[in-house]
Design a protein around this ligand. Structure first.
Ligand SMILES: NC(=O)C1=CN([C@@H]2O[C@H](COP(=O)(O)OP(=O)(O)OC[C@H]3O[C@@H](n4cnc5c(N)ncnc54)[C@H](O)[C@@H]3O)[C@@H](O)[C@H]2O)C=CC1
Ligand SMILES: N[C@@H](CC=O)C(=O)O
Length: 778
C-alpha cells in the first residue's frame, strides 16, 4: 500500500486559522498515512527561553514564560476544541508538571522542549477527529530510539508498525528517546528529519514538507524578484545545496532518502493548490542553477584531512560541510561561529586562510563552473567587490569577499547567470487555421528567441489528440510526428504532463477557439504556466472567474499575453497599456473591430448574396470556426470587453449592448444547419442594406466604448454611415481603432490595418512569444 508522510512546521501551525488550513490539506490523506508536526509557531523558542530562565535560576522569568505558553496554547485549544476539552485539561496537567519540576530543580532540557511537539500532535489529532477525519497521535519517543548518537533503524522500523492503517497517524517531530527511555532531540530542523526517517521506516511513497515557501528556488525569492521556482531537483544537487547552507532543505533531512525511491516534496501550506519542488533520483531531473549567499564564513586549508574526519567534524558541529578541492589542497568553508571548533578539531592540520568573509555559492550543471566563475568574478568586480577567494569544482563555484551580497548585486548575478539560461517549454494548443501558420513560422523564429533564452516545443494539441514530449519535439518534423504519434489526451493527463515538465519556464499558447480549453487556465497557472491566448474566452469570462485568474497569475508572477485576441496582429493592447503607463486617461474607443465584418461590409452590395460572401470570408481564414460568432456580433462584443477590462472597467459581456448581423432563426444547431437557412440570412441583410441605401448610407458593424458617462456606454452593432466615413472606406478586412484620451481629445489616435487573417494573427502570436521570452530573460 502506498503511504504518504506530511510534515508541518511551526509557521503552518501558528494559529487556529493555520490549523484549519492544515486540516484541509490532511483531507487528501488516507488511513495509514502519517502527519509529522513541529511545535506551534514560536513555541520551541519560548520553551528554550523557559529553559534558560530555569538554568539561570530566574524564577520570575520562569513564571512569565509559563504564562506566555499558557496564553498561546490555551487560546489555540479553546478556539479549535473549546476550553472544556480533554486536550485543554491535558495541557493544564502538562503545564503544572513543568512548573512543579522547575520549582524543585528537576527540569530536563530535552523533556521540556518535547512538549511543543506533543501539544501540536495532540491538538491536531483531536481537531481532525472533531471534523470527522479519523486520526490518532503518537509520541515519537515510542517510535525512534537512539543509541550512542545513532538511530536504531531496524528497531525503529519495527516500532513504527504500531501506526494505524485505518486512521491518520499524527506523530511528534524533533524528539526521540535513548535506550533508557530519556528524551533526546534530533537537533536543528529535527522535525524535517523525523518526517524523512518516518518515510523510510514506513517505506512511504513520498514525504511532503509543508512550509511557508512554495518550493526550492534558484535563489532567495525575497531578495531576487525573478528567482525561479524549480519543479524538480536531483537528490545530488539538493545535498550539495544543503551542504552549502541553502536554508530550504537540510542535509540531515535528505539522508534517510538517499538511494531510495521515496520522493521528497517541498510545498507551501499557505498555497496548497500549487505544486512545490520534488527532490527526485539524480537521473530524473535536469541539473539546475542556483545562487546561495554565504554569510560570515571562515576558510581553512586542511592538511592530512580525509572524508571521515570531515564527516566527524560535521557531526560534532551539527552542521553539514562541503570541502573544496583546489590545486591538490583541501579547503573547508565553515560559518565563522564554528571557526574555533574547527581549529581545535584539526589543530596544526588546519590553517585559517580567510576569516569572516561573505559571498555566494553558484551551483550549476557540470562543466559550466569555470565559465560561471569567470562571469561572476567580472560582475562582482564591476560592482566594486574585492574578492578574497574564488574557486570552482564539480557542480559548484564559490566567490568570497568582504561584504554580504546585497539584493541588487544578487539580482544582477541572477540575471546574468541564471535567468537567461532557463529553458522555456512551449505547448501549442490549436493547430488550425492560425496555429498551422504559427508553427510553420516557429522554426525560423527559434533562432531569434534562443538568443534570449533556450526555447523548446514540448507539446502540440488538437481538439481530440495531442503529441506531448517533455524532451522536445523537433520542429522540422513536427507535423509528421503529430500524425504518427499523437494520442487522445484527457485534460487531467495534459495537466499532469505540465506539472511534471522539468523546465524553468512553461507557456501554453492557446490558438484554439475553445471555451472548454480556456477553463483550464487556472490549472495552468497553478502549475506555473504562462499563457499566450489568441482565444478570447478567458479574457471575456465572468468577472469573478476572470479576476481570480488574474489574482492567481499575479501572485505567482505569471504573465498572460493576449494581444491577438483584439485586432489580430495590430498593437492595440500595447497602445492602450502604453498610454495608461504614461499617465494618460482613455475616454473613448470606437471603430471596426472585426476583420470578417469589415470584409463583408466592404464587399457586400445588393447584387450579391451575403451568405456566399460569408463562405468566402471563412475560406480566407477571417471568420471564427463558427462564423455566427462573428455575424451575431458576439466576437466584437468580446473584443470590446477585453479592451474595456484593459482600461480597468469591471464589465461583463452582458453589460455590452449588442445587435446582430443575422436573423435569430439561424442561432440554433451547427453552422451547417444554419446554412440550410441561408435565404433567411440573405433576406435579412438585404432589407437592412436597402433601408440604409434609401438614406444614402451604407452599413458597417461598429463598436463604441465611452467611459465619460455613468454608466459607461458600451455597445456593438450595425450602423448606417456615410459611404465616405472612415469606417466605410477601410480596405476590406481592415480594423480601425479610434482612441480618444485626455491627450488625444480632439485629434484621436488611430490604429488601422488588417484585423484578421492567418498570417497577421500568427505573427501577432509570435510577437507575444518574443515579448514573453524577452521578459523572462531580462
Ligand atoms: N482567424 C483570425 O484571423 C483570428 C483568430 N483569432 C483566434 O484564434 C483562434 C483560432 O482561430 P482559428 O485558427 O481560425 O480556428 P480553427 O478552428 O481553425 O483552429 C482551432 C484549432 O483548435 C483546436 N482545438 C479546438 N478545441 C481544442 C481543445 N479543447 N484542445 C486543443 N485544441 C483544440 C482545433 O482542433 C483546431 O486545430 C480563435 O480563438 C480565434 O478567435 C484571433 C485573431 C484573429
Ligand atoms: N473572426 C475574427 C478574427 C479575429 O479575431 C474577425 O473576423 O475579426
Amino acid at each position: 500500500m502506498t503511504k504518504q508522510v506530511y510534515k508541518f512546521g511551526g509557521s503552518s501551525l501558528s494559529s487556529a486559522k493555520r490549523y484549519h488550513a492544515v486540516a484541509n490539506i490532511c483531507h487528501h490523506l488516507k488511513g495509514g498515512d502519517a502527519v509529522v508536526v513541529s511545535a506551534a509557531g514560536k513555541t520551541t523558542d519560548t520553551l528554550v527561553r523557559l529553559w534558560s530562565c530555569y538554568h539561570n535560576q530566574d524564577h520570575k522569568g520562569v513564571g512569565e514564560v509559563i504564562a506566555l505558553l499558557k496564553d498561546h496554547q490555551c487560546a489555540l485549544i479553546a478556539e479549535l476544541l473549546g476550553d472544556k476539552s480533554e486536550v485543554y485539561a491535558h495541557f493544564i496537567d502538562d503545564i503544572n508538571a513543568i512548573s512543579q519540576r522547575a520549582g524543585c530543580a528537576e527540569l530536563e532540557q530535552a523533556w521540556l522542549l518535547a512538549h511543543g511537539e506533543l501539544w501540536s500532535a495532540r491538538l491536531l489529532a483531536h481537531y481532525l477527529n472533531k471534523i470527522e477525519v479519523a486520526a490518532c497521535h503518537f509520541d515519537s519517543r515510542d517510535l525512534f530510539i537512539v543509541a550512542q548518537n545513532n538511530l536504531k533503524h531496524e528497531e525503529n522500523t519495527a516500532r513504527c508498525q504500531v501506526l494505524k492503517n485505518d486512521q491518520l497517524n499524527v506523530v511528534t517531530g524533533f524528539i526521540a528517546s535513548d535506550e533508557n527511555g530519556s528524551t533526546v532531540t534530533l537537533g536543528r530542523n529535527g522535525s524535517d528529519y523525523s518526517a524523512t526517517l518516518l518515510g523510510k521506516y514506513l517505506n512511504a511513497d513520498s514525504v511532503t514538507i509543508w512550509t511557508d515557501t512554495q518550493g526550492v528556488y534558484s535563489t532567495d525569492p525575497r531578495k531576487v524578484e525573478k528567482a525561479v521556482k524549480y519543479n524538480k531537483i536531483s537528490q545530488q544537487q539538493a545535498q550539495l545545496l544543503a551542504r552549502l547552507g541553502n536554508p530550504v532543505l537540510h542535509a540531515k533531512t535528505l539522508t534517510p532518502l538517499k538511494d531510495s525511491d521515496i520522493k521528497l516534496v517541498v510545498r507551501s501550506s499557505y498555497d496548497s493548490h500549487s505544486d512545490g519542488t520534488k527532490v527526485v533520483a539524480n537521473e530524473q531531473a535536469k541539473a539546475k542553477r542556483f545562487l546561495t549567499t554565504l554569510a560570515s564564513s571562515d576558510v581553512f586549508q586542511l592538511t592530512n584531512s580525509n572524508k571521515e574526519s570531515i564527516r566527524e567534524l560535521s557531526i560534532l558541529l551539527q552542521h553539514p560541510l562541503q570541502p573544496l578541492e583546489v590545486d591538490g589542497n583541501t579547503l573547508l568553508l565553515v560559518p565563522s561561529q564554528f571557526g574555533e571548533q574547527v581549529a581545535a578539531f584539526y589543530q596544526e592540520h588546519a590553517v585559517l586562510i580567510e576569516s569572516n568573509v561573505s559571498g555566494v555559492a553558484i551551483v550549476s550543471e557540470p562543466g559550466s563552473e569555470p565559465q560561471l566563475l569567470k562571469s561572476a568574478k567580472q560582475l562582482l568586480e564591476k560592482q566594486s567587490m574585492t574578492l578574497r577567494g574564488a574557486w570552482s569544482q564539480d557542480g559548484f563555484a564559490i566567490l568570497l569577499g568582504d561584504q554580504l551580497l546585497e539584493s541588487d548585486t544578487l539580482s544582477l548575478l541572477h540575471d546574468e547567470l541564471i535567468s537567461a539560461k532557463q529553458e522555456l517549454a512551449v505547448i501549442v494548443a490549436g493547430i488550425g487555421n492560425v496555429g498551422e501558420v504559427f508553427l510553420s513560422q516557429l522554426n525560423s523564429q527559434l533562432e531569434r528567441l534562443n538568443t534570449l533564452l533556450p526555447v523548446k516545443l514540448v507539446g502540440l494539441l488538437r481538439s481530440t489528440s495531442s503529441l506531448l514530449n517533455g524532451q522536445g519535439i523537433a520542429l522540422s518534423s513536427a507535423s509528421e510526428q503529430f500524425n504518427e504519434h499523437a494520442k487522445t489526451t484527457t485534460s487531467e493527463q495534459l495537466i499532469e504532463f505540465i506539472k511534471e515538465l522539468d523546465y524553468g519556464h512553461k507557456v501554453i499558447i492557446d490558438i484554439t477557439a475553445s471555451e472548454q480549453f480556456s477553463l483550464l487556465y487556472p490549472e495552468f497557472a497553478l502549475h506555473d504556466c504562462h499563457i499566450i491566448s489568441a482565444n478570447k474566452y478567458a479574457g471575456t469570462a465572468e468577472l469573478d472567474w476572470y479576476e481570480n485568474l488574474r489574482r492567481l497569475q499575479t501572485e505567482k508572477g505569471l504573465l498572460w499575453r493576449y494581444n491577438t485576441s483584439v485586432g489580430a496582429g495590430l498593437p492595440i493592447n500595447f497602445a492602450l497599456k502604453d498610454l495608461q503607463n504614461s499617465g494618460d486617461k482613455i475616454t473613448k474607443i470606437s471603430g471596426v473591430f472585426s476583420g470578417t465584418l469589415s470584409w463583408l461590409g466592404a464587399h457586400y452590395s445588393l447584387d450579391k448574396k451575403f451568405s456566399e460572401l460569408v463562405e468566402q470570408a471563412r475560406e480566407l481564414g477571417f471568420t471564427e470556426p463558427d462564423p455566427r460568432e462573428d455575424l451575431s456580433g458576439r466576437d466584437v462584443q468580446r473584443k470590446l470587453l477585453i479592451l474595456a477590462r484593459e482600461l480597468g472597467l469591471s464589465l461583463n459581456l452582458d453589460d455590452i449592448e449588442l445587435s446582430a448581423w443575422m436573423p435569430t432563426e439561424l442561432a440554433n444547431g451547427t453552422w451547417q444547419d444554419a446554412l440550410t437557412k441561408r435565404d433567411l440570412l440573405d433576406k435579412f441583410v438585404e432589407e437592412l442594406a436597402l433601408e440604409a441605401e434609401k438614406n444614402g448610407k451604407t452599413l458597417r458593424y461598429v463598436a463604441e466604448l465611452d467611459t465619460t458617462t455613468k454608466p459607461v456606454i458600451a455597445k456593438v452593432g450595425l450602423k448606417a454611415v456615410s459611404p465616405n466615413a472612415a469606417v466605410a472606406t477601410l480596405t476590406p478586412g481592415d480594423n480601425i481603432f479610434v482612441i480618444n484620451s485626455v491627450w488625444y481629445e480632439n485629434n484621436a489616435l488611430i490604429i488601422q490595418g488588417p484585423g484578421a487573417g492567418r498570417e497577421v494573427t500568427a505573427a501577432g502570436v509570435h510577437s507575444d512569444l518574443y515579448w514573453l521570452c524577452h521578459k523572462l530573460s531580462e
